[in-house]
Design a protein around this ligand. Sequence first.
Ligand code: THU
Length: 141
Amino acid sequence: MSSPPAPAAISPPELVARARQALGFAYARYSNFAVAAAVIDERGRLFQGVNVENASYGLTICAERAAIFSAVSQGARRITAIAITAEKTKALEPCGACRQVMLEFCEPGTRVFLDTGTNEPIERTVGELMPHAFTLKDVPV
Ligand code: THU
């Protein structure tokens, strides 16, 4: 039996566009700072996420983690590309907690696209964002 065709690759500007598409769903009533992300999993599936704030501020979850956790919750185990956009900031850099979560599900070479507001996002890799990191390899099991 043949396997289903591989999903068409999504270009960086397209992935950024999918992140932008989710911005309106951000629940950012305390900071009024909407952030959204889009990620692709190992099966080529797309997942979007937004920041979700809380009256108990520290419970807020960032858009990047919301997107990755959504993917993992639907069976993803590897994330192959990430795009991030924010309403009021160009080329928003992901926070440290999100970088740590990226490491768990990405390769060091996985590309992270930061929306510049143009058709040319800034490109980083997870390894650039989080060098010398604590990962699975450091956990004594
Ligand atoms: N935020 C994100 O969603 N992603 C980041 O990488 C940085 C910060 C959100 C969290 C909070 O809702 C708002 O931005 C202000 O910190």
